[in-house]
Design a protein around this ligand. Structure first.
Ligand code: HEC
Ligand code: HEC
Ligand code: HEC
Ligand code: HEC
Ligand code: HEC
Ligand code: HEC
Length: 475
């Protein structure tokens, strides 16, 4: 009886002590994902250095004079400047590049972002001056000192033990007064090792073990900014940025299937049959593409499948000798050495698929479909993958967390009707302000169409067509 009360007392105390912690952290955590999703492309996440947009460390102070205006600013900076707000006018002069309008951000979401900005800025102010380790975001920063939690638990446990002992003494006292036979009092150690306390300890351990395990499990596999070294120095910047090659030329799966698909090396040969030397790496990387595809750059044809490794090496040696003939005449030894190095780098890779290291990887229990987003949803690649065309090495731009998917589904309107979602703020690919046939002839959506026609709503979000239902994303 007493222990039951004691237990519920402890449970409630635990909750009261821990709750504010958890919920407070949640705000900044949500703010962080919003920031990464919407702001990090222009505002440095270290909050102290400028990027396309200014460092946000002092932003909140800068706006303190104009209560509430920072919300308007974030939702529509140009609008606020047009209305004559002095800070806004001052800011717009800051740079030729203007800030995107985020009309759909709610006050609470902006609060979360600002909370994250504040947390991040104060961490920077008290810590080392953050200069370069800016964009690297690791999970460690969200682990707001676990020791705080542990020491709280320790203090609580001590309190429980003492309280238990106190109650025990009281009971004994009243028993004595009533003249009952009283067993010898247990020592502190006896109480601490007593079955109830041990049970309680196990309970608490399981609770916290579970909490941390789940937390770690959540972080596992999430590797924002992950940019592994690839077997071939393939640059999206050179291909899509400098040479304007369309993403779907290589990733044609994105349009029509679940997966975007990494192109097979034969796709590379379409162009590299002719482009045999890069302006940066020369033949150093391209030779790997040829070896993997079994391609003979000398004769512009594929090598016979049964050709031995040695014979293949000879073909590539001849090609390199020819390619670097001019340099060879000037400095034989250096060129020979370079040729040997390049031949060594392809040894054993003949006619084997290139082993690209996977960058993005959702857990197996999640269902994600590219075609649904790219073809049906008309979401731009860059909305999820960042400015890939500017990356020499691809990195994971988005957190790929459940919150990330859900946030976008809450905020993004589907192409429900002609003319919706136009403008530069749209995550869509620009030309697509046509309604999706998917929704126009669907009886199920009659209500939404009616409300749209009656101007009772401005759009229909992914959430409203069921994009938050667990089974849509989970097997
Ligand atoms: C496309 C780039 C871009 C994005 C995305 C962006 N900003 Fe900005 N931001 C700017 C630029 C540029 C300025 C400087 C003012 C101007 O020229 O519009 C600015 C200014 C600001 C300021 C004013 C700073 C000060 O010191 O007064 C705040 C606050 C701000 N941004 C917050 C945000 C938040 C929050 C987000 C995400 C929801 C965001 N920005 C997303 C480019 C961007
Ligand atoms: C010339 C072919 C080519 C073009 C064009 C191209 N890619 Fe790629 N992409 C690749 C190859 C090869 C890889 C695997 C190597 C790597 O990760 O760098 C890759 C990898 C990726 C990845 C990482 C895949 C993973 O492992 O998770 C993303 C994301 C991506 N590309 C997006 C894009 C986007 C967006 C564009 C358009 C701006 C684009 N690609 C244009 C060939 C191409
Ligand atoms: C649509 C044409 C096209 C396709 C397809 C293509 N490339 Fe390229 N690639 C280019 C162009 C253009 C260059 C720039 C050549 C230069 O540096 O002048 C280039 C350069 C390169 C370079 C050399 C970079 C340097 O400067 O040294 C490498 C390596 C390369 N590509 C690998 C690949 C791989 C791997 C694939 C297949 C996944 C591929 N390319 C597919 C057009 C293409
Ligand atoms: C709505 C967000 C979103 C959009 C839009 C999007 N991707 Fe992805 N992409 C993802 C996610 C999430 C993954 C990880 C999928 C997985 O692990 O199963 C991924 C994975 C990839 C991969 C790795 C191979 C694969 O399919 O798993 C490539 C390549 C890729 N995307 C390219 C593109 C290209 C190119 C576009 C535009 C045509 C594009 N993506 C548009 C979210 C997106
Ligand atoms: C940038 C915004 C964005 C992100 C991020 C995003 N989605 Fe979506 N998603 C959309 C849009 C837009 C649609 C609606 C497509 C359409 O018109 O049916 C959609 C639709 C879907 C649907 C179909 C829903 C339905 O009711 O038919 C699934 C499933 C889905 N997304 C899964 C995911 C998963 C899983 C992730 C995270 C890994 C994710 N999405 C991230 C924008 C996004
Ligand atoms: C829009 C897509 C989407 C919807 C809807 C969705 N999830 Fe998830 N869920 C994800 C993604 C993506 C992950 C993987 C997150 C990661 O790896 O960090 C995930 C992970 C999880 C996990 C594992 C823990 C974790 O965070 O990794 C659980 C449990 C889960 N979801 C439960 C649910 C439940 C219950 C619902 C319905 C209320 C739901 N999900 C709806 C996309 C979704």
């Amino acid at each position: 009886m007493i222990y039951q009360r004691l237990l519920s007392f402890c449970a409630i105390t635990l909750l009261i002590v821990m709750l504010p912690n958890w919920s407070m952290a949640a705000d900044a955590v949500n703010g962080k994902s919003l920031f990464l999703e919407k702001c990090a492309s222009c505002h440095n996440i270290n909050m102290v250095s400028d990027m396309t947009g200014p460092a946000l460390q002092t932003a909140q102070e800068n706006w303190a004079e104009y209560p509430g205006a920072i919300y308007e600013w974030i939702r529509n900076s140009e609008g606020l400047a047009a209305s004559g707000n002095p800070r806004a006018i001052q800011m717009v002069e800051w740079s030729p590049s203007a800030m995107t309008a985020f009309e759909n951000l709610k006050d609470a979401q902006i609060d979360d972002i600002l909370e994250f900005v504040k947390e991040k800025s104060s961490a920077k102010a008290s810590g080392a001056t953050g200069t370069t380790e800016d964009t690297k975001i690791t999970k460690s920063e969200s682990e707001s000192s676990p020791w705080l939690g542990y020491s709280l638990v320790a203090v609580l446990l001590l309190a429980i033990a003492l309280l238990g002992r106190y109650i025990n003494s009281l009971t004994r006292l009243s028993q004595q007064q009533a003249g009952a036979v009283v067993t010898a009092e247990k020592s502190i150690l006896g109480v601490l090792l007593g079955p109830s306390v041990v049970k309680l300890l196990i309970f608490v351990a399981v609770l916290f073990g579970g909490y941390t395990t789940v937390n770690n499990a959540i972080d596992m596999g999430r590797q924002q900014d992950y940019a592994p070294e690839q077997p071939i120095n393939f640059s999206h910047k050179i291909h899509s940025g400098d040479n304007g090659i369309d993403c779907q030329y290589c990733h044609d799966g994105a349009r029509r299937s679940k997966h975007s698909v990494i192109p097979a090396s034969n796709t590379c040969i379409n162009c590299h049959a002719n482009i045999q030397k890069g302006s940066k790496d020369g033949t150093k990387e391209l030779i790997k593409v040829y070896a993997a595809s079994g391609f003979n750059p000398l004769s512009n044809s594929y090598l016979p499948e049964d050709m031995s490794g040695e014979e293949r090496a000879n073909v590539y040696k001849k090609w390199l000798r020819k390619t670097y003939n001019k340099e060879w005449k000037e400095n034989e030894t250096t060129v020979n050495k370079m040729i040997d190095e390049q031949l060594a780098s392809i040894k054993g890779t003949y006619s084997k698929p290139i082993e690209w290291v996977r960058v993005h990887n959702l857990p197996d229990h999640v269902y994600f479909n590219h075609a649904q987003h790219v073809t049906v949803g008309k979401v731009k690649c860059e909305t999820c993958h960042g400015e890939v065309a500017e990356m020499d090495v691809v990195k994971q731009h988005s957190p790929l967390s459940m919150g990330w998917c859900i946030n976008c589904h809450r905020q993004t309107e589907v192409q429900f009707k002609d003319g919706l979602n136009e403008g530069k703020n749209s995550p869509y690919d620009g030309k697509k302000n046509k309604a999706n046939a998917y929704y126009t002839d669907y009886k199920y959506y009659e209500q939404y169409h009616k409300e749209l026609d009656d101007k009772k709503r401005k759009g229909v979000t992914v959430e409203e067509i069921g994009g938050l239902e667990c089974q849509k994303c989970h097997y």
